[in-house]
Design a protein around this ligand. Structure first.
Ligand SMILES: Cc1ncc(COP(=O)(O)O)c(C=O)c1O
Length: 446
């Protein structure tokens, strides 16, 4: 699966999102990446099959192990993130679980930011917990001492999001990477909300990046996907007995992944995990992802700008008791966001309606452009009520502690005209105001 020539570096992001990794590998010269919608690939003879099985780099065998359309997406995303390679899987959850199952084994321990996508939190807390992998969550990811204190003798991964879902906290990646590396632990960053256009965790010291490619990378809400990108720098073999799957167990050739694959050891081990657990992406989805990436910078730049306009407008409204957007000077991570996210602070933010759940319900019913649904990073604007959906399993105490109240709504800002979106928010606030007014009147004794 050798990579075709990419244009000579250095090229700007906007150029690479169109060209990186996808030229010159189709026999017919198709200019867009063909969709290799096939379960498997013909072997020339038994010897050819044998070598493709022994070394997937010698040729494709079966789409669960690798596919040319998926490989084009992998090359492009690796290029945009500044990694040595990538692995495409079927969803963001598959990316996180595959990355962690490559690193961890029963008895290992993870330290994760507690402000993290709920699916990841539950994967760590419940599903990996059942397999004997325990996790401690850092309640204040801004505090380096809290990360330090949570690390134990069996800690084998630090996990966080560059921009946290749903309240938009920004991680000081260089500071947490420094702690991780002093303790010989890799830092795994979910960078779904930032995208490589706004921030590249590997350049800031992270070791592995995962994305839900279903979101901004695909961009159009039509396909699920997930991707793992490796910096190729982490020393998996430095401490004997750790990371056995990558640096301990030997294959039929008597070599470990580190010995066989060098800097690609993690990615090759992850491909084997994906091959066994089977979260393969559809080649059709890989194509849709590639097509989405071609406009990534344009979309994210504009969506971030509009998010800034809407967040500022909402913050000035009396119906709103708080806005969580790191682009606002009122956000505790604003200075960090200015440093790490100079191109924009992303298109996702939350705000809290003073009127609580009734106001949130009225708002969500009244808006016409913001679609109520659980997704983000779409070209269309979306609204979600976390307390009754993604966070419904949390106790009231928990929700209060993490600031996800009954009046909190999460917005994913799309590409509509900003003035139209402000008018839509106004429609929602008008409805919320009326409900809050009724509630106040009802509270007054007759
Ligand atoms: C930050 C983050 N990571 C991972 C995921 C999971 O991605 P997927 O839905 O593609 O499995 C999501 C989904 O919302 C997310 O917001």
């Amino acid at each position: 699966m050798s990579a075709p020539e990419t244009p000579a570096a250095p090229l700007a992001f906007a150029t690479r999102q169109l060209h990186a990794g996808a030229r010159g590998f189709d026999a017919h010269g198709a200019r867009t990446t063909p969709i290799y919608l096939t379960a498997g690939f013909e072997f020339d003879d038994i010897g050819d099959g044998e070598s493709r099985f022994a070394d997937p780099d010698t040729g494709y065998s079966y789409t669960r192990v690798g596919n040319p359309t998926a490989a084009a997406a992998e090359r492009r995303i690796a290029d945009l993130e500044g990694g040595i390679g990538a692995l495409l899987v079927g969803s963001g959850q598959a990316a996180t679980s595959t990355a962690l199952l490559t690193i961890l084994e029963a008895g290992d321990h993870v330290v994760a930011a507690s402000a993290i996508y709920e699916g990841t939190r539950e994967l760590l807390r419940s599903d990996l917990g059942r397999l004997g992998i325990t996790t401690d969550f850092v309640d204040d990811p801004r505090d380096p001492a809290a990360w330090e204190a949570a690390i134990g003798p069996r800690t084998r991964a630090l996990v966080a999001e560059s921009i946290a879902n749903p309240r938009g906290g920004v991680l000081d990646i260089p500071a947490v990477a420094d702690i991780a590396h002093r303790r010989g632990i890799p830092l795994v960053i979910d960078s779904t909300l930032a995208t490589p256009y706004l921030l590249r965790p590997l350049e800031l010291g992270a070791d592995i990046v995962v994305h839900s490619a279903s979101k901004f990378l695909s961009g159009h809400g039509s396909a699920l996907g997930g991707v793992i990108v490796d910096a190729g720098r982490f020393a998996w073999a430095a401490a004997p007995g750790r990371y056995r799957q990558i640096a301990g167990e030997t294959g039929p050739d008597g070599l470990t992944f580190v010995e066989r694959s060098g800097p690609r050891a993690f990615l090759d081990a992850a491909r084997r995990v994906a091959m066994r657990f089977g979260p393969s992406p559809s080649p059709l989805n890989a194509f849709l992802l590639l097509q989405g990436i071609e406009t990534l910078s344009l979309r994210v730049e504009r969506q971030s700008q509009t998010a800034g306009v809407l967040a500022t407008w909402l913050e000035s409204r009396p119906e709103v008791s708080g806005v969580d957007y790191s682009g606002l000077p009122s956000h505790p991570d604003h200075d960090l966001a200015e440093r790490l996210l100079p191109r924009g602070q992303g298109a996702l933010f939350s705000f809290t309606l003073a009127g609580g759940r009734a106001a949130a319900e009225a708002f969500t019913r009244a808006v016409r452009l913001f679609t109520p649904m659980t997704h983000l990073g779409d070209v269309r604007s979306l609204v979600l009520h976390p307390a009754t959906t993604t966070h419904a399993h949390r106790t009231d105490d928990d929700l209060r502690r993490i600031g996800v109240g009954p009046g909190l709504l999460r917005l994913s800002v799309g590409l509509e005209d900003a003035a139209d979106l402000v008018a839509d928010l106004e429609r929602g606030l008008h409805a919320a105001r009326r409900v809050a007014g009724v509630a106040v009147r009802e509270a007054v004794p007759a």
